[in-house]
Design a protein around this ligand. Structure first.
Ligand code: UT7
Length: 332
């Protein structure tokens, strides 16, 4: 059987920086509230007409391919994860193929929200393990700034989420004990409505009405307290699962990259495992919660900063809308 390894990593974020102070112009909030509750100091929002989910994903993908020493032609498939695709359909994977000038390659779209990177990575890994594909581009990107409402009504979501993209190249290799060691994904749809964007959903008939457009129901909804409580439990479970599956303990970990949902969640997990600061990577302070893109953006920065070296054991873990949660363990 083949194994897969990450051979290239890239990220792209829009240039427009939005600080907590900037948001105070639009809503009743304070810098203190946002930093204290979430750890976020700023985020990036796309400039309308410039960046889109697929264009940012393509930029991240180009960087990842370049770092892997590959050209677009070398890849067999694109797996794209996002909750904010350019179009209702088709998904963004075909748009990345188009942007890269590729015709005839495989394209898949993943809808796992905050756990999108883990799900996409897991899918790509299965295709590589079976020998079906040799090189898969995993791309995650989000434009969330135009989903939220910059108002007091929308503030509980608007201060948290940001835009950006991350990508990795996954390639087949034959070395035992190296590369992607395992992935673990779980879901509980009983909580589907605790973190969702309901409209424009096909279960509504008519799908959109004039009343809906101005109603609060058009905004994403999150039961923040409940999500938080589940997140801290599931994060720990799924990190333990990744370590135990591979015969490791938390002391063997070189770096934990949690989905950047809230700095308090990351700090809670760090304290549970008594991990020193150098073993946990966070960048939510700069980018907010970029949903599917948060882990690959963090991975890209951690790698560039030298926090990951050949031989490093790295765990990715995520929890979010669905509820879906997952982890992946990688030996670089
Ligand atoms: O990535 C997807 C997964 N998402 C997560 O993992 C997020 C998990 N949840 C959270 O991160 C936190 O629950 C939040 C950051 C969303 C909220 O923090 P919290 O400590 O749970 O606050 P809360 O929702 O209990 O709200 C406390 C108060 C409320 O006012 P009252 O009812 O106490 O008067 C809110 O109305 O804070 C108010 N509030 C705000 N105040 C200022 C809510 N949003 C804001 C805001 N600025 N932006």
């Amino acid at each position: 059987m083949f194994h897969s390894k990450i051979t290239g990593i890239g990220h792209y974020v829009p240039e427009n920086i939005v600080t907590n102070k900037d948001l105070m112009q639009y809503m009743d909030t304070t810098e203190e509230w946002i930093v204290e509750r979430t750890g976020i100091e700023q985020r990036r929002f796309v400039t309308p007409g410039k960046d889109t989910t697929s264009s940012m994903g393509t930029e991240a993908a180009r960087i990842a391919l370049d770092k892997a020493g590959l050209t677009p032609e070398d890849i067999d498939a694109v797996v794209f994860a996002t909750l904010s695709p350019d179009f209702y359909f088709p998904g963004c994977a075909v748009l990345v193929l188009k942007n890269l000038g590729l015709v005839g390659k495989a394209a898949f779209d993943v809808r796992s929200q905050c756990s999108g990177f883990i799900s996409a990575l897991s899918m790509a890994d299965q295709y590589i393990k079976t020998g079906m594909y040799k090189r898969v581009l995993v791309v995650c990107a989000e434009v969330q700034s135009n989903i939220m409402e910059l108002s007091t009504r929308g503030r509980n979501m608007a201060v948290i989420f940001g835009d950006g993209a991350g990508a990795v190249v996954l390639e087949a290799h034959n070395e035992q004990g190296k590369g992607l060691l395992s992935t673990h994904i779980h879901a509980d749809g009983n909580f589907a409505e605790e973190l969702l964007m309901r409209h424009p959903g096909a279960c509504q008939n008519p799908r959109i009405t004039h009343e809906m457009l101005s109603s609060e129901e058009m905004l994403p909804h999150m039961n923040g307290n409940l999500v938080f409580k589940h997140a801290v439990v599931r994060f720990e479970e799924v990190i333990n699962e990744a370590l135990e599956t591979n015969g490791y303990s938390v002391d063997d970990l070189d770096l934990l990259i949690p989905h950047q949902a809230n700095l308090r969640i990351s700090n809670f997990i760090q304290n549970r495992y008594k991990l020193p600061d150098e073993k946990v990577f966070n960048n939510i302070q700069k980018y907010g919660n970029t949903t599917a893109a948060s882990i690959p953006i963090a991975l890209s920065e951690a790698y560039a900063e030298g926090r990951i070296k050949p031989g490093s054991l790295v765990c990715f873990a995520a929890f979010g809308s669905g509820f879906i949660w997952g982890s992946a363990l990688v030996r670089f």
